[in-house]
Design a protein around this ligand. Structure first.
Ligand code: AMP
Length: 360
């Protein structure tokens, strides 16, 4: 089976690493000459709106999936005429726009921060008056890793901020005084069967994920699964979806969804019976889902800007290096380390060692 992937970054690369043993081949559509997934399959180097290349991709593959959500809706609509596309155009339309996303949470009775649509500075002033400060202003689309957002703490922060974010459609959210951030990775098959990985505790630095630790018997697991199930059913979703939540007042508030494999699920490569990458491919290909059970205690640490010397990373016991083969650049995710240990105490000790390497 040949899978077409829109986007040729590290997520595409890791999908191919998981799918190749299943006998799958891959073609990636990505305009970047140095797309790091290209090492694992065919690279169609073209813009996402290039209909000739989209048609070529559709002709060559059995189905198309995505490794990022900011794909133009027209691209999905065009491809869907010729080849099955998972997840659906509707799932992407909602997940790529924070207003649609939060409105869906609200409609499904899933708690979220207070939010308002912002189309002008006047909208922002009015929304700040009703939601209050602190608050977070985010662009509705194209934001990632903390980009396209600003925390507003005092009235001076609000002045001219709509223009500062580019005078584009935005969302204002109440600031959530969270005690923690967790994510749930779910996979839903074509027949509706759904499986969940254990909740993951996430730590961010300047909006970029730094550390994920898989939990055991988290008290909010059932609640997170309930909220996520509502979204998956509503969208008749097929594939892996990630749900990010704030832990607050002993409950959860939904932050956002990602209609794809997710950075906070990277630990599953060594830490679960079947990884998020393999399960995404199984789901979109109509194959039986794999077990989401955890194997040992796991964590993932991102390498941002630079991968430490390979020999030092792999010298750490229980440590698995994932190098994306990308050029090193400040603020860019260029690799990660997965730790899988027999018990939590060992895991915590090994996390400290990887953190020390990152700080060197
Ligand atoms: P996002 O791009 O929406 O995932 O935001 C990136 C990070 O900013 C989150 O993981 C949080 O650490 C922080 N953040 C985003 N929205 C809020 C909010 N409404 N209240 C508090 N912190 C937030």
């Amino acid at each position: 089976m040949k899978i077409g992937v829109i986007g040729g970054g590290q997520l595409g690369r890791m999908l191919a690493l998981a799918g190749t043993p299943l006998g799958m081949n891959f073609a990636f559509l990505d305009p970047a000459p140095d797309a790091c997934a290209a090492a694992l399959g065919e690279h169609l180097r073209a813009d996402y709106g290039d209909q000739d290349h989209l048609r070529q991709l559709a002709d060559e593959v059995d189905l198309v999936t995505f490794e990022f959500e900011s794909v133009p809706a027209e691209t999905v609509a065009f491809l869907s005429q010729f080849v099955p596309v998972y997840p659906s155009a509707e799932a992407l339309r909602i997940a790529r726009d924070r207003w649609f996303e939060k409105s869906m949470f609200k409609d499904l009775g899933i708690p979220t921060p207070a939010f308002a649509d912002i189309q002008s500075q006047a909208d922002l002033d009015a929304a700040v008056a009703s939601i209050g400060l602190p608050a977070v202003l985010k662009t509705r689309t194209l934001g990632y890793d903390g980009k396209g957002q600003k925390v507003l703490r005092k009235p001076e922060d609000v002045v001219d901020t709509f223009a500062e974010l580019g005078s584009v459609s935005c969302l204002l959210e109440g600031f959530v005084p969270f005690t923690g951030e967790v994510s749930l990775i779910a996979v839903r098959a074509r027949d509706g069967e759904t499986r969940f990985y254990p909740l993951v505790h996430n730590t961010h630095d300047s909006g970029i994920l730094k550390l994920s630790v898989a939990s055991t018997d988290h008290p909010l697991q059932a609640l997170a699964e309930d909220y996520s199930s509502r979204v998956l059913k509503q969208l008749n979703y097929v594939g892996v979806m990630a749900f990010e939540f704030f832990e607050v007042d002993g409950g959860l508030k939904a932050n956002e969804i990602a209609p794809r494999v997710h950075n906070s699920g990277h630990w599953t490569t060594e830490g679960a019976e079947c990884s998020q990458f393999e399960n995404h491919l199984r789901a979109v290909a109509g194959l039986p889902l794999g077990s989401t059970a955890k194997v040992g205690e796991s964590a993932m640490l991102n390498f941002i800007g630079v991968v430490p010397p390979v020999e030092k990373v792999i010298a750490i016991e229980d440590c698995h290096l994932h190098h994306y083969g990308k050029a090193f650049k400040a603020g860019r995710k260029v690799g990660h380390a997965n730790l899988r240990c027999a018990d939590m105490a060992t895991l915590q000790a090994q996390i400290v060692k990887v953190e020390a390497l990152i700080a060197e």
